[in-house]
Design a binder for this molecule. Structure first.
Ligand SMILES: Nc1ncnc2c1ncn2[C@@H]1O[C@H](COP(=O)(O)OP(=O)(O)OP(=O)(O)O)[C@@H](O)[C@H]1O
Ligand SMILES: [Mg+2]
Length: 696
């Protein structure tokens, strides 16, 4: 990986970029209904989250502490429904009374002797104090009547009933919340996965259709990361940020409203935590961003280092670089560790700080709330509920720090993903491609072709030649002369800058790429085998019957070695075909091309790694299969191309000589030089030819 890539990993800064977010939302569009449903369900879930403290407050104040609630007293005839009858009177708790009442208030209170008394004449905002077994209110003694256990039970009856009802409601809320939560989590994750699935698919299709130059410029590891890691970072945006932001806001606002409704003063005490939380979150994210970035950079470096080392292990070991690489690895590994510890330290300060603030608030609520309870201004259950609600808005703000980090990573990831998607394909099919008449005649023409991989560094200069249908031609020349480049242009893996490449008289740019490549079969310099078995590697996904596969293999004499494999044609091939020799890989590639029966055959150093004996066999087979087929051969070993109809000699991207083997030797030019160098026998032609096969 170059510096450029680390800069890419470096680009973590903004947690929100409207342009990117709008574009990301576009991917969510097909799933809007699902996401909307999830958002609505979240409303449910949050209400359910908000309910417990409120229900607890009711349970505590109205029922558990229900006996001490002030009661109105009626004569049995005029008492409203639900009144408790006792000793010739009927009592109703004020909170259950739906009419005005100005009469004497009663309440049940516990005397120091442990017995419960029905106290007459209490006031709502003042506490009854006991002097011995006499209840006092503001220095005035009140009348009180001790209650038997049975009488007490009668008053308790409504509490038991109320608690039961509350319990059922609580239970229902929990069950509904569970169900809503389950469904919401499921469909939201589903939508997120689908969106990311779509993005991955689009990415792969886009990258797959990219011109080869793109792959020359972008390390494979980087592209893999785009399709896997970066899309995963996006998944988190959809699943844990977008909808949860609503959830958090809901929770925050909901808790605040309920608190305000329950008690203004305590609500303000509770709100005091918010600025503290926000300020510490901002401070935290500031520090965390830097630490996070360092961690990412070291991770990217480690990844790059590892992938390079593992792929180059053979060379590393051969060149005894292990120790040096260990030291380099240790350096990066230590850096990664330090960065990780730094991130951890910041986090380790942050979380307890948040907890501290929360506990501070709880303490404040207990202090003021508790005081108010004692003064009968606030019911105990309300204070209890408040502590619960303080937790409710502590949580979302706390989570925001995480969300912030997810968003940062996601913005950076989407920036990189869109960069890939926005890179236009350079080798494109024409809007209305010309059809190739099949079978192809197989005529190939290069018309004054100028070609460069990069800018104006011409690799091919004014290359002009034509191959008649069914002819076999060869290209020879020094390393780097441009032979493979010519081959690449026939299959239109790159586009020429000047001139034209014609197949059957049609510019390759006007043909459909798929069609063209079906007609032109190539055995390239470096053979690539895919994971799978031998048969699949020959068939390559096309529908070719097994006997044709085997026939193709037999034609190039690959069958001898394949049949020696334990699994024959079903033998497993590892990625890149690492368990095969270079020559065996070439034989498979050869069989692969023949099985597809193309009209034009292109062989770029196709037999370079094959032993002379097999090569001779292939040579004869080739003469058979290349009959009636246009064949282009690139070869260093001149003995293999002697019989070609035409030989082109390339030098620094120009065709400097052409003709048959005999014509070229007679010219005593570059070809003759090359030939002489290869076969040190002597200048005499017949002698040379005889030596050729043996000394190579
Ligand atoms: N993908 C590429 N991107 C940029 N430059 C390239 C690329 N492939 C080849 N070149 C350059 O183009 C020139 C010609 O390369 P080419 O592969 O055509 O040579 P060749 O004749 O096939 O050599 P060899 O006999 O070694 O296979 C070389 O100078 C090489 O550096
Ligand atoms: Mg080459």
């Amino acid at each position: 990986m170059s510096v450029q890539d680390f800069r890419e990993e470096n680009a973590i800064g903004k947690a929100y970029d409207g342009r990117l977010v709008r574009r990301l939302l576009r991917y969510a569009k097909p799933y809007w209904a699902t996401i909307l449903a999830a958002a609505l369900l979240i409303g449910f879930v949050t209400s359910a989250d908000l309910a417990p403290p409120y229900l607890s407050a009711i349970a505590i104040d109205s029922y558990i502490g229900g006996l001490s609630q002030p009661m109105a007293s009626f004569s049995p005839q005029t008492a409203p429904a639900g009144a408790v009858r006792y000793d010739g009177r009927a009592y109703v708790r004020l909170q259950n009374l739906h009419q005005k009442y100005h009469g004497t208030l009663y309440a049940i209170d516990k005397a120091p002797n442990g017995k419960e008394y029905l106290v007459k004449g209490i006031e709502q905002s003042r506490t009854v104090k006991w002097r011995g077994n006499v209840p006092m209110l503001g220095g005035r003694a009140l009348t009180a009547q001790p209650l038997s256990t049975r009488a007490l039970d009668r008053f308790r009856q409504q509490d038991v009933h109320g608690l039961l009802m509350l319990g059922i409601i609580y239970g229902l809320v929990v069950v509904v919340a569970f169900a809503a939560n389950y469904i919401q989590t499921y469909i939201l994750q589903w939508a997120g996965q689908m969106i990311v699935f779509d993005i991955r698919r689009q990415l792969f299709r886009h990258i797959e259709g990219m011109h080869l130059q793109y792959f020359d410029r972008n390390p494979i590891g980087r592209l893999v990361t785009r399709v896997t890691n970066d899309t995963e970072a996006l998944n988190e945006v959809y699943t844990s940020v977008i909808v949860n932001i609503f959830k958090d806001l809901f929770l925050l606002v909901g808790a605040m409203v309920i608190m305000w409704e329950m008690n203004h003063f305590l609500a303000l005490v509770g709100y005091a935590i918010i600025p503290l939380l926000i300020v510490s979150t901002i401070i935290y994210t500031n520090y965390a961003r830097g630490a996070y970035r360092t961690v990412r950079i070291y991770l990217a470096r480690l990844n790059a280092f590892l992938s390079e080392n593992f792929s180059g292990m053979r060379v590393l070991q051969a060149m005894r670089q292990e120790l040096r690489q260990q030291r380099r690895f240790d350096q990066d590994n230590t850096g990664y560790l330090r960065a990780g510890i730094r991130e951890l330290t910041i986090f380790a300060v942050f979380r307890p700080t948040m907890n501290f603030f929360y506990n501070l608030t709880a303490a404040a609520l207990i202090w003021w709330g508790g005081g108010s309870v004692l003064e009968h201004i606030v019911a105990f259950g309300v204070v209890y509920a408040f502590i619960g609600y303080a937790q409710q808005f502590y949580q979302p703000i706390n989570d925001m720090a995480d969300k912030y980090q997810i968003m940062q990573a996601a913005m950076a990831a989407s920036e990189r993903i869109f960069q890939v998607l926005d890179t236009p394909r350079e080798v494109l099919d024409a809007a209305e491609p010309l059809a190739l008449a099949r079978p192809l005649r197989g005529e190939i023409r290069f018309e004054h072709v100028w070609f460069a991989y990069d800018g104006e560094e011409w690799v091919l200069k004014d290359v002009d030649f034509s191959v008649q249908p069914g002819q076999s031609v060869a290209f020879v020349g020094a390393t780097g002369a441009g032979k493979s480049s010519i081959v690449n242009l026939i299959g239109r893996f790159y586009d020429v800058q000047r001139g034209r490449v014609l197949v059957d008289g049609k510019d390759v740019r006007e043909l459909e790429q798929k069609e063209l490549r079906r007609a032109v079969g190539m055995v390239l310099q470096d053979v690539f085998l895919f994971a799978g078995n031998v048969r699949d590697n020959i068939r390559l996904g096309d529908d070719i019957p097994p006997d044709l596969v085997e026939q193709a293999a037999a034609n190039v004499h690959a069958d001898t070695f394949i049949e020696r494999l334990p699994g024959h044609y079903d033998e497993e091939v590892l990625e890149r075909g690492a368990t095969f020799s270079a020559g065996q890989r070439q034989l498979i590639a050869f069989a692969r091309v023949l099985a597809h029966d193309p009209e034009v055959l292109v062989l770029d150093e196709a037999t370079a790694s094959i032993d002379t004996e097999t090569e001779a066999l292939i040579q004869s087979a080739l003469e058979r299969v290349s009959e009636g087929r246009t064949t282009l051969i690139v070869a260093h070993r001149l003995s293999t191309i002697r019989h070609c109809d035409q030989i082109f000699v390339l030098n620094h991207g120009r065709i400097v000589e052409h003709g048959t083997h005999e014509e070229l030797l007679a010219r005593r030019g570059l070809y003759w030089d090359l030939y002489r160098l290869q076969y040190r026998g002597g200048p005499e032609e017949g002698q040379l030819a005889a030596d050729g096969a043996a000394s190579d």
